[in-house]
Ligand binder design. Structure first.
Ligand code: SF4
Ligand code: SF4
Length: 303
């Protein structure tokens, strides 16, 4: 089983358009599994029209919780918390019939370091696993899709990416599927590292913009670090021929093959609006360029 990850140094380069098209083209020739590793803004599902088969909680860390019945309002937890996550009670005296006003934890600010838990003299604080998101197994017309949503203001997206990818790998191995296509997150952060680790090949989608070469250099630093060979696909190549030439020269200099030169065409947006991969929507120049990308990938992965 081979693993292809599709990456871009920043968002909005057309990475998911390419991923959906490759899912369509690859599934016509061999059994595949798909993983949407963009857990902060999963959008492969918008094009693949998945039917959810399984749904699971993702616990992404711990958060402190104060039992107001036990809290004596000594304030030690507020003193030891370096993240200003402890909320002091009102300084006004308690109303009649009301006990000591307890301290509380802001769950958004809490980093789960547990300092307060260890320092509370009356054991009024407990640490609880926090549900940070959900992950799903869905069926699509191209193969099983593993995807996830990280809740707002939650961290550990790298851990969730790893989980989604692992589930995809297991499914591929269990069913003898030949290719796992991972639609990676944009940028170069921790989730990108999680998405890249263990891949057999990375397809880097870039646009011919002022920052095109810079974006490419940044993402190559990650793939190089993991020893993942890379191919490049230039999206909207005809929008800025000068910048496209810069990217071509950079790739030639680094010995990286440019396997795709996709022209700008509003048909890409039309296909998106229809919820279809562009290669399933048209046979025009964009689809032809994407077919060439798939041919290049097959050669490199010996599929
Ligand atoms: S350290 Fe414990 S008792 Fe003191 S304010 Fe915090 S939760 Fe309440
Ligand atoms: S667990 Fe750490 S971050 Fe959270 S409230 Fe306690 S001391 Fe602050």
């Amino acid at each position: 089983m081979k693993q292809l990850v599709i990456l871009s140094g920043k968002g909005g380069t057309g990475k998911t358009t390419v991923a959906a098209a490759l899912a369509h083209l690859a599934s016509q020739e061999l059994p595949i599994v798909l993983a949407d590793a963009d857990v902060d803004a999963a959008n492969l599902e918008l094009v693949l029209d998945p039917t959810k088969q399984e749904e699971h909680d993702f616990t992404g860390g711990q958060v402190a919780i104060i039992d107001p019945e036990l809290c004596t309002a000594c304030g030690i937890c507020a003193e030891v918390c370096r993240f200003e996550a402890v909320v002091a009670p009102s300084p006004l005296p308690p109303r009649r019939g009301e006990g000591v006003r307890a301290y509380a934890i802001d769950p958004i600010a809490c980093e789960g370091c547990a300092s307060c838990f260890y320092q509370c003299p009356v054991e009024a604080i407990r640490m609880e696993e926090q549900t940070a998101g959900r992950w799903f197994r869905s069926d699509t017309r191209f193969g099983p899709l593993f995807h996830a949503h990280l809740f707002a203001a939650q961290e550990n997206s790298g851990k969730l990416v790893t989980l989604v990818k692992q589930q995809g790998r297991l499914r591929a191995l269990d069913e003898g599927r030949e290719l796992l296509i991972v639609d990676g997150p944009p940028g170069i952060g921790c989730p990108v590292i999680s998405a890249s680790a263990g891949a057999d090949l990375a397809l880097l989608v870039v646009e011919p913009t002022v920052s095109g070469v810079h974006d490419l250099e940044r993402i190559l630093a990650t793939t190089d670090h993991f020893g993942v060979p890379a191919l490049v696909c230039i999206n909207k190549v005809d929008v800025n021929p000068e910048r496209a030439a810069e990217i071509e020269a950079f790739c030639a200099d680094r010995g990286i093959e440019v396997v795709g030169r996709i022209p700008f065409d509003t048909v890409v947006t039309e296909a998106m609006v229809q919820g279809r991969p562009v290669t399933a929507y048209t046979d025009g120049p964009v689809a032809e360029a994407l077919r060439q990308v798939w041919e290049g990938i097959k050669v490199h992965l010996a599929l």
